[in-house]
Design a protein around this ligand. Structure first.
Ligand code: GZL
Length: 331
């Protein structure tokens, strides 16, 4: 009897082992902020798609719905699971010291992407990659200033509103720093409004609706991402005004919907901030798996500026007409 049971046991074990999926060599955990914008969706798709397509890699993914407490919980779960790598972008830039110290104590390699934590100099990380938010903010205002000059309005006093991203996010604080510094270079541009739209289209529309009721004349909107710019366009049209003409609109991210709005004449420019981090993540983890050291230098990708006609010189970059490149855009 015993032999039969043993044989049956072995048969079952063999079937199970044949049916079981191949064990991953490494587990890569990703603490993502949420799904607040087209940029974020493209960022998630790029990273998750790259990891899931890589032989032997397993993705452990968490969407924090833009809540810091959810990210902290996710990071602690990753530690408990004993993952091999952690990818992290913080919804805001403060409040990460304790949990990132726990990641360091667990000796799990930490890859910082996108919105970097203020405590970056006090933690161990193996690589860091993301947009140069201050430069992106500078480019937004400089584009508007140069454009006004190009159409003979360089001396005209114009009213500017800045629609900020999520309060306390490094993308918001950085872009605002760049926005305000660049405004110093264009004394004809007067700041008459500054409010967060939380990087979402719905909140961008609501903020623009309230500004159109409370501010006599708005000439330029600087929106710190394209989703808020697109929401503002909806509000401007509902108020009977022509977006892109009555109000000059400069976004950030360079998502496809912004190219479409520019080609339609409803938006004037967008400053690129690429979300396509998948290749960087793959190269970094492959290098680390091969025992290579990565530089601690924060890597900023090359980024462009896209507008209606091209040719606006911003010093570090010259704009390109959206219509000329819209067909090759992949996000
Ligand atoms: C920028 C990123 C910002 C985008 C927004 O790297 O953190 O968050 O500009 C997104 O669209 O919501």
């Amino acid at each position: 009897m015993k032999k039969k049971v043993l044989a049956a046991g072995l048969t079952v074990a063999m079937c199970l082992s044949m049916a079981a999926p191949a064990m991953a060599d490494i587990q890569i955990a990703f603490s993502q902020i949420g799904q607040e914008s087209d940029w974020r969706t493209a960022n998630t798709d790029s990273i998750n798609g790259t990891i899931e397509a890589h032989e032997g890699w397993e993705l452990i993914y968490d969407d924090a719905q833009q809540k810091q407490e959810n990210q902290i919980k996710a990071l602690r779960n990753f530690i408990t699971q004993g993952v091999d790598y952690i990818l992290f972008t913080g919804v805001v830039s403060t409040g990460w010291e304790e949990v990132l110290a726990e990641v360091n104590e667990a000796e799990i390699p930490l890859i910082l992407i996108d919105r970097l934590p203020d405590c970056i100099d006090d933690i161990d990380y193996v690589a860091a990659f993301g947009g140069d938010f201050v430069e992106e903010g500078r480019r937004q205002v400089a584009w508007a200033g140069e454009y006004l000059k190009s159409v003979g309005r360089g001396e005209e006093e114009v009213n500017v509103v800045i629609m900020e991203g999520t309060t306390g996010a490094s993308a918001q604080t950085g872009r605002t720093e760049g926005n305000l510094a660049a405004l110093e270079e264009y004394p004809n541009m007067k700041l008459v409004g500054q409010q967060t739209g939380n990087f979402t289209r719905a909140e961008g529309q609501a903020v623009m609706e309230s500004w159109l009721k409370s501010i006599d004349k708005i000439d330029v909107l600087i929106a710190q991402n394209d989703d808020m710019a697109l929401g503002a366009i909806d509000a401007i049209k509902a108020a009977g005004l022509e977006p892109g003409k009555d109000i000059i609109i400069v976004g950030c991210d360079s998502v496809k919907a912004a190219f479409e709005a520019i080609v339609a004449g409803e938006m004037n420019a967008t400053i690129e901030c690429t979300p396509l981090y998948g290749p960087f993540v793959e190269e970094t983890i492959e290098a680390l798996e091969n025992g290579e050291e990565m530089s601690k230098e924060v890597i900023h990708p090359e980024e462009g500026v896209y507008d209606m006609e091209g040719g606006i010189d911003l010093g570090t970059v010259t704009s390109v007409a959206a219509a000329d490149v819209i067909d090759e855009r992949i996000y």
